[in-house]
Design a protein around this ligand. Structure first.
Ligand code: NI
Ligand code: MN
Length: 225
């Protein structure tokens, strides 16, 4: 069984039989989240890019848990310079771990911290216990999502719906037409005023247009598959 626990914004903890990973752990500075950075104990941290609402507590958690941060070359280097352990990789690359396999894919966005440009952001496919999960990071809709849908029988796609900095719910529905995941979990909405969106409305539209499943997770709530 794989458990996907939503930690608000774009943060998820994904647990399989052999271990767990956390993606984009923006916890301490997210006013909507009462899960503390001290309460999560991942074996691995994935960072889609360096913006603060994704980098979040990653470096602190990495140091405390001795959990490496897998990210793009530049973001991994930044994290290492701050004392975390990191695994630099990049789009197209697959990294194997004992409990999962992670492949990096593109995302259309930017990646910067402290006014430093840290290259291109990425998205991830996590293969864990015979499941394939896509986390798009922050991105606009792009047609090459179709290639990801061709390569994997995705069980779950985690997609932003908040617009303004990323795709909105209309484009997330179009993204799902490329990805063809069994279930979509909406993310990156409601944290700030400019990304307000109604996830239930997204699910209605998604089901109408694709017939696929949709799962809105409250913060701290888990979906098991
Ligand atoms: Ni961003
Ligand atoms: Mn963001």
């Amino acid at each position: 069984m794989v458990e996907i626990r939503y930690l608000g914004h774009s943060a998820f903890q994904i647990s399989g039989q052999g271990g767990s990973l956390i993606i984009d752990p923006f916890l301490t500075d997210n006013p909507l989240v009462d899960v503390k950075a001290e309460e999560v104990h991942p074996d691995l941290i994935l960072l889609s890019h360096a913006h603060q609402d994704h980098l979040g507590d990653a470096i602190k958690i990495s140091k405390r848990e001795d959990a490496p941060i897998l990210s793009t070359f530049e973001v991994a280097g930044y994290c290492e310079s701050k004392g975390a352990s990191a695994i630099p990789a990049h789009m197209g690359g697959t990294v194997e771990f004992e409990f999962c396999r992670v492949k990096l894919f593109p995302a259309w966005h930017s990646s910067s911290v402290d006014e430093r440009d840290l290259g291109n952001p990425c998205s991830f496919v996590v293969s864990i216990d015979d499941r394939a999960l896509y986390h798009s990071g922050d991105t606009a809709l792009f047609g090459d999502m179709n290639l990801i849908g061709e390569q994997y029988q995705l069980d779950v796609a985690m997609l932003p719906i908040g617009g303004h900095f990323t795709m909105d719910m209309e484009d997330a529905v179009r993204a799902e037409k490329f990805l063809r995941a069994d279930v979509v979990i909406p993310m990156h909405y409601g944290t700030f005023d400019v990304i307000e969106a109604d996830p239930e409305e997204f699910c209605r539209r998604l089901k109408e247009e694709t017939g696929k499943g949709c799962r809105v997770l409250g913060i701290g709530e888990a979906y098991s598959l």
